[in-house]
Ligand binder design. Structure first.
Ligand SMILES: Cc1cc2nc3c(=O)[nH]c(=O)nc-3n(C[C@H](O)[C@H](O)[C@H](O)COP(=O)(O)OP(=O)(O)OC[C@H]3O[C@@H](n4cnc5c(N)ncnc54)[C@H](O)[C@@H]3O)c2cc1C
Length: 479
């Protein structure tokens, strides 16, 4: 048998429309490899909720490979070292992978390229994680964009993306020789259970709303296509399932972005598809910003935001994390996040704004919490989201835009959402449920709500929180 071709899977756990899979399958017998690398990302190693997802996604991929007569080789360690080691041990002809833009992916690529340089093993990278490679969307001056709208207009010149390719019809798998691996490991060194991705405690019980894996992603897309025509109206309403909920599938690459693009563009008229395709654009834009500013998850896009005197307020931070701020919309969102690993986008903005403005807590503390709790955690999208809400990003909402949680909750009709996630308020009338602290005592009694006992008083008043944030911002600007 000729020398094997390694498919190095990263956050692209699928077989369809995967250029590295296709190229390897065309070239010779393949070895499918995934490396759990907690070393290279350092502080941004995958969070707990997404590890749950990864476990099930790897199981699904292994099953799909098994159905074709193959298997998934699992390894652990710094991928920059592990991938060339595996390549050397099996006498590979090439390593094929998709290009990713997180700083750790770039570091892994640089290390693999360096180690494999001047060896018989080729290192081949392909476009496929995004709609377009970030560096291909350039202004007339040749420079990169930092603002969404002109960037989007320019990207559209390259759109639509190429039609997605199906999974290879046939794949031939190379047998794995046992033994002879670095540090005495065998090639089949890790089992999925051995990677220890599942949580010790059973907090992920509510995650069973999801079906990780390529088939689960396709099924979720099919569900969305039925309601895609109403996306523009429904996406902002947390009480409805109006958005696609594809984000965790996209974050781990179980479905290609161009598959989603074409499915929606084919299913609904152009004017109705546009708002959704634009959201897909935000995902690419986030990668574009991260590509330009690799420390975007840790450093504000505008330096003056380093001067804000954030509060160290562990009790307030805990109240926010646990969904006990006294603002039902914020609490509903934070509880949805904890229970399911996902939060509605409108509510993400409200909850994030509440943390950084009303509570004046550093955006990075919220970003970290999201990173650990989200099944769709994505370094680019998460840092962009937080910096946008904070007002500190290169393209973001102005700092003095402070989301008013009660107004937002009523405007976006969140009553049913709150009843679901904050059941202790479920008997309140729609008129009271957004702000139980303003309800008549009689109404509270009738609904069985005792403030400070069955549900907290607000941790801070809206006007007071807003004013404190604006003062802190004015002081930072003057600094
Ligand atoms: C503070 C904050 C943190 C966020 N963190 C993340 C994150 O870690 N990972 C993540 O995927 N999204 C993040 N988002 C963006 C957005 O909230 C989610 O992508 C969206 O809620 C996912 O639900 P959906 O799949 O139903 O989205 P849909 O509305 O159906 O959108 C389709 C897809 O477009 C992409 N998308 C939509 N909006 C955005 C956006 N603003 N930025 C980037 N991509 C977008 C996602 O891949 C999404 O699945 C964050 C937003 C905020 C305000």
């Amino acid at each position: 048998m000729s020398a094997p071709h390694i498919i190095w899977f990263r956050n692209d756990l699928r077989l369809a429309d995967h250029a590295a899979v296709a190229a390897a399958a065309r070239s010779g017998p393949v070895v499918a490899l995934f490396v759990l690398d907690d070393e290279t990302p350092g502080a941004w190693a995958m969070g707990a909720a997404q590890r749950w997802w990864l476990h099930h996604s790897l199981a699904a991929l292994a099953q799909d490979l098994a159905a074709r007569g193959g298997s998934l080789l699992l390894r652990r360690g710094a991928a920059g070292t592990v991938v060339p080691d595996v390549a050397r041990c099996i006498g590979a002809a090439a390593v094929h992978t998709l290009t990713h833009y997180e700083p750790w992916a770039k570091a892994q690529d640089a290390m693999v390229a360096k180690t494999l340089a001047n060896t018989a093993v080729a290192f081949k990278r392909y476009h496929g994680a995004l709609l377009a490679p970030p560096a291909s969307v350039l202004a007339g001056s040749g420079g990169r964009y930092r603002i969404f709208t002109p960037w989007w207009r320019k990207l559209l010149e390259q759109m639509p993306p190429a039609r997605p390719a199906p999974a290879p019809e046939a794949m031939v798998f190379a047998p794995l020789p046992a033994g002879d691996m670095p540090a005495g490991d065998t090639l089949a060194g890790e089992t999925l259970a051995g990677l220890g991705l599942l949580p010790d405690r059973d907090w992920a019980a509510g995650f069973d709303v999801w079906t990780p894996g390529e088939a689960g992603a396709a099924a979720q897309l099919a569900v969305f296509l039925d309601v895609a025509a109403d996306y523009d109206k429904a996406r902002n309403l947390p009480s409805q399932e109006g958005s696609s909920r594809l984000s965790p599938h996209l974050a781990l690459g179980e479905i290609s972005i161009r598959t989603v693009w074409h499915a929606v563009a084919d299913a609904v008229p152009a004017a109705q598809a546009e708002p959704y395709l634009r959201e897909l654009g935000w995902r690419d834009f986030a990668a574009n910003i991260l590509d330009q500013f690799p420390d975007h998850a840790d450093q504000p896009g505008r330096a003056q935001f380093n001067a804000i005197a954030f509060r160290e307020a562990p009790a307030d931070l805990r109240a926010w994390q646990q969904g006990r701020t006294g603002y039902p919309i914020v609490d509903a969102g934070m509880r949805q996040l904890w229970a399911t690993g996902w939060m509605h986008n409108r509510v993400r903005m409200i909850a994030a704004s509440f943390l950084v403005k009303h509570l004046l807590i550093d955006w990075r503390q919220g970003e970290r919490w999201f990173w650990d709790c989200l099944v769709d955690a994505d370094l680019g999208a998460n840092s962009l989201g937080w910096q946008w809400v904070m007002g500190s990003g290169v393209d973001s909402s102005p700092f003095n835009r402070v989301f008013a949680p009660v107004t937002q909750s009523a405007k976006f009709d969140a009553a049913a959402y709150i009843r679901h996630w904050v059941p202790e308020l479920s008997s309140l009338r729609d008129a009271d449920i957004h702000a139980p602290f303003d309800a008549e005592p009689m109404m509270l009694r009738a609904a069985g709500v005792v403030l400070s006992r069955t549900y907290p008083q607000p941790v801070i008043g809206h006007a007071e929180g807003r004013a404190r944030a604006l003062v802190a911002y004015a002081e930072a600007k003057a600094f």
